[in-house]
Design a protein. Structure first.
Lengths: 116, 176
């Protein structure tokens, strides 16, 4: 039997954070990512959870981070801006593909029950 | 400096150094207070325990550190006779220190935990938690109040020294 190296899949908050970063393009940082998730999912992820997830994805190489310009409303502190990296794109693809594969072929009534 | 700002800065000590300034900026932008800063810090403090490999490394480091606390006093006692053959001031000072094997063990353990590369930088919070557990253990293992206090203080200092040394070799500080 040959060993298969499957691409890494994402946890639920990791998936939401990567999608938010993708949506925000160059303006993704902890505050905007949290706002984007809250706005689209009607949920209220905590600041800590979003910041920790962004840092974890950065460490995994799924995101790239850089410092923006300091602004007065932030007390002269720079934003840490995030962009999607290629491994992140692959993980996003693998996770969404896995979800699609699991949904495919579900009996109609079951599929209806989970449809948003 | 206003007390609330002091609390925010104190709470942000729990956030990794390379993210501290941007996390502070995020809080200011959202008009967050000390409670919000503490919530963020607590999330970062819990992060090492979320990944299986980090959890395993924390456990391994704790066992190894406990091993140092146990083995060093035995090793020191077995070497005591050799140190006692000299009568000069240095040998007497060594002997005095050698007479407190638990204090020496606490120092060795502190240096080991502070410097250990078993825990990656993002798991440094767990390193601090380990020290908080090991300091009372080292103090309880030492005979007498004076040695217990010495063991606790020197262990904390040794950990700090070891940690500074580790940071100097693998740090990526963020400009403010």
């Amino acid at each position: 039997m040959t060993a298969m190296t499957a691409p890494q899949t994402l946890g639920s908050l990791e998936l939401l954070v990567l999608l938010a970063v993708l949506r925000l393009r160059d303006g993704a940082y902890a505050v905007s990512v949290r706002d984007a998730i809250a706005e689209r999912t009607q949920s209220d992820p905590s600041r800590g959870a979003v910041s920790v997830t962004l840092d974890r994805l950065d460490r995994k190489g799924f995101l790239r981070s850089r410092l923006g310009d300091p602004t007065a409303e932030r007390g002269g502190k720079a934003k840490r801006l995030y962009t999607l990296a290629t491994p992140g794109r692959q993980a996003l693809h693998a996770t969404l593909e896995g979800t699609q594969a699991m949904l495919q072929g579900l009996p109609h009534e079951v599929a209806q029950a989970v449809r948003p | 400096m206003r007390p609330s700002r002091v609390f925010v800065l104190l709470a942000l000590r729990g956030v990794p150094r390379h993210l501290r300034a941007s996390a502070h900026g995020d809080l200011l932008e959202q008009h967050g207070g000390a409670r919000d800063a503490l919530a963020i810090a607590l999330y970062f403090q819990a992060e090492p325990y979320r990944a299986g490999i980090d959890r395993r490394n924390v456990l391994l480091l704790m066992l190894a550190a406990a091993g140092v606390l146990w083995i060093v006093p035995m090793a020191v006692q077995s070497l005591m006779a050799q140190a006692a053959v000299f009568e000069d001031a240095f040998s007497r000072a060594v002997l005095l220190l050698w007479g407190m094997p638990n204090v020496l063990a606490a120092v060795a353990c502190g240096l080991f935990v502070g410097r250990a590369s078993l825990l990656p930088q993002h798991a440094d919070a767990a390193r601090l938690h380990l020290v908080l557990v090991l300091v009372p253990v080292a103090a309880l293992a030492a005979p007498g109040t004076a040695q217990a206090m010495l063991a606790a203080g020197l262990m904390a200092a040794a950990t700090w020294l070891g940690f500074q040394n580790r940071q100097a070799s693998s740090d990526r500080p963020e400009p403010a």
